[in-house]
Design a protein around this ligand. Structure first.
Ligand code: NDP
Length: 287
């Protein structure tokens, strides 16, 4: 028999998570602070709880998909007694420190706590490209893995509840800097009459191909030797031409200058002949 599961929070993401569970045949109880948001999902077969407490009491496993750390406390602080002995899987976005704080709160309350970071947008939930990162209770992760797998691929990082969030934010850091690089390129070509859409058709395959370099860069970083053969050197990686062309086009140089600073800090320290991967040392040791 499949367990009954309760989902608290039916915003865009909570509704997608609850809907996927219902469609997979899980007996699902839902609750949302404001009325009306449960109607669709109830029509699909979920049961609506009148209060958050009722939702908690309905199931041994409770999913929280609220706005932020504060809203999780607001909903669950008054219910710690009812939550005791149950599993709380919190996929609300929180910082690593906030995830650890919630894990400590749960431990004091006798609640088994698993923290999740969702690497997907709501329409992706339940599809193969959706990925959710978890950390915290290994027992909860393993016991409920079939349930978690309904939403996409599920990866467990360890008992430290902050790890999933840390990983989530590190991946988002990569995404945002890449997006900024794309926008910089689009701004450069715009005065030449190239639309952002035209530029995107070139940038998408280029950036996709360049992700093939990540493993090689990582191997150098993990090997700890930036002098190994076959790398592009820092000196060869000067971004001066890109900066000059950006200025000529009348666009800001900020996005590219940021990378140039990371490169130059290593060149100035005498490492110009070493590989580009060495810019990680500029990041590890803030200047
Ligand atoms: P929404 O703004 O659509 O929904 C927020 C939900 O939180 C609503 O159900 C809202 O209830 C509830 N809520 C907010 N404050 C409180 C409170 N104090 N007490 C009780 N309930 C409260 O956000 P999403 O569903 O998009 O996001 C939910 C979580 O998922 C967030 O942490 C978000 O970062 C994360 N996430 C979202 C992604 C996305 O693409 N949408 C991607 C990855 C993560 P009410 O209806 O009453 O306002």
């Amino acid at each position: 028999d499949r367990v009954r599961v309760s989902v608290l929070g039916l915003g865009e993401m909570g509704a997608a998570l609850a809907g996927a569970l219902v469609r997979s045949g899980y007996a699902t109880t839902v609750w949302n602070r404001s009325a009306g948001k449960a109607d669709d999902i109830v029509a699909q077969g979920a049961e609506e709880a009148g209060t958050a407490g009722e939702a908690v009491r309905s199931s041994r496993v409770v999913i929280a998909c609220l706005l932020d750390h504060e809203s999780v406390h607001e909903v669950f602080d008054p219910l710690s007694g009812e939550l005791a002995g149950r599993a709380l899987i919190n996929v609300t976005t929180t910082s690593p420190a906030q995830s650890r704080e919630l894990a400590a709160w749960a431990e004091r309350a006798g609640v088994a706590y698993l923290d999740g970071g969702i690497m997907a947008v709501p329409p992706m939930i339940g599809r193969p490209e959706s990925s959710i990162l978890y950390s915290g209770s290994a027992d909860v992760f393993h016991e409920y893995k079939p349930l978690l797998d309904v939403w996409g691929s599920s990866t467990y990082f360890g008992e430290d509840a902050g790890l999933a969030s840390l990983y989530d934010l590190a991946l988002l850091a990569g995404m945002y800097v890449m997006f900024a690089g794309f926008m910089h390129g689009a701004a450069m070509v715009a005065p030449a009459g190239v639309t952002a859409g035209e530029f995107a058709t070139r940038a998408a395959p280029w950036l996709t191909a360049m992700t093939g370099a990540l493993e090689g860069l990582a191997a150098v970083v993990d090997g700890g030797d930036y002098t190994v053969d076959g790398q592009q050197s820092l000196e060869f990686s000067s971004l001066d031409d890109i900066l000059a062309a950006s200025s000529e086009q009348g666009v800001s140089t900020e996005a590219v200058a940021m990378v140039q600073r990371l490169i130059h800090r290593q060149i100035d320290a005498g490492h110009g002949e070493e590989g580009f991967a060495r810019i990680i040392e500029s990041i590890r040791q803030p200047g």
